[in-house]
Design a protein around this ligand. Structure first.
Ligand code: SF4
Length: 290
């Protein structure tokens, strides 16, 4: 955060990167809910994660460490090491959760260990990483579009094709193509890769590695994986650039007016997925659903 005062702006202290850099996550939050964006990126507040967010974090850390090692050695961790790693990360990230709502940390531990096993056998061993945590910065009008691509590499059945960018997601329900097509993250990454020709990566497809955790009454924790290819074309990349530019004007307008509106209609407007629900209820009234 900068202590510099910006004339004409409602907030006396403005996070410098709010008006300089834009990442896919930040853009996603802006398009979902302006008030959430204000809390997170203008005030710079961060709330403790919910159980599902912590679960996703442990899985992301597993994916990052597994592929980092595999990039160097071309070897896969065995199943027990993979499960132990997830459990170890869960022991750390679950401590950050303050409100478990209806989740139970021990049940989620069992689910996570099962999910780690499934992730390894369905995704980890079938993918050869070439780049991990690939950071990019791309100037677009007055923004610097920045971000980090989880993993870039080749699925084992696509050795003959150029590398592809991927991201791991953890959910409770299977993803449909409609949901995947609504995501902006692949478009931003495609744009970044288009401007990084030395990687020779595919820019027309992005791959989601989705891990679905669930519990069955009779069999206990189970997990299922999905590999979903998300197409991206030039028209969508061009549209994304235009939307970024428009967002800049809207964000500056919100700064000038001091109005960052809540969006209660979004499907992620829930206590589980918005850490600012409490502030939001206080500021605007109403009740945010679980
Ligand atoms: S609770 Fe809903 S409306 Fe309020 S900040 Fe969060 S996402 Fe926005």
């Amino acid at each position: 955060m900068s202590e510099k005062k910006v004339e004409g702006y409602v907030e006396p202290t403005v996070a410098e990167d709010v008006v300089r850099t834009m990442s896919p996550n930040k853009f996603g939050m802006w398009t979902r809910c302006q008030y959430q964006f204000f809390q997170r990126y203008v005030l710079g507040l961060k709330r403790p994660p919910s159980g599902p967010i912590a679960f996703g974090k442990a899985t992301d850390e597993l994916s990052a460490a597994f592929f980092e090692e595999k990039k160097a050695t071309h070897e896969d961790w065995d199943e027990s090491l993979t499960k132990e790693f997830w459990a170890d990360r869960w022991a750390t990230v679950s401590k950050e959760v303050e409100d478990w709502e209806s989740d139970d940390p021990n049940t989620m531990l069992d689910q996570g260990v099962e999910a780690a096993k499934v992730w390894r056998s369905d995704i980890g061993v079938n993918f050869q990483p070439h780049e991990t945590k690939f950071y990019f910065e791309l100037p677009i009008y007055d923004w610097i579009l920045n971000g980090e691509i989880d993993t870039i590499g080749k699925p084992s059945n696509e050795e003959h094709l150029p590398v592809i960018a991927t991201d791991t997601k953890t959910t409770k329900r299977a993803w449909r193509l409609k949901k995947v097509l609504e995501e902006d993250q692949p478009v931003a990454y495609s744009l970044a890769l288009q401007h990084t020709p030395k990687l020779e990566a595919r820019i027309d497809t992005f791959q989601y590695h989705v891990l679905i955790r669930k519990n069955t009454k009779t069999r206990g924790p189970e997990a299922v994986s999905q590999i979903i290819n998300r197409p991206v074309d030039q028209e969508e990349r061009d549209g994304f650039v235009i939307r970024l530019e428009m967002a800049r004007t809207q964000i500056m307008d919100s700064f000038r007016s001091g109005v960052f509106l809540p969006n209660r209609k979004h499907t992620l407007c829930t206590r589980r997925f918005c850490g600012f629900w409490h502030d939001c209820e206080k500021a605007f009234g109403g009740t945010i659903p679980e």
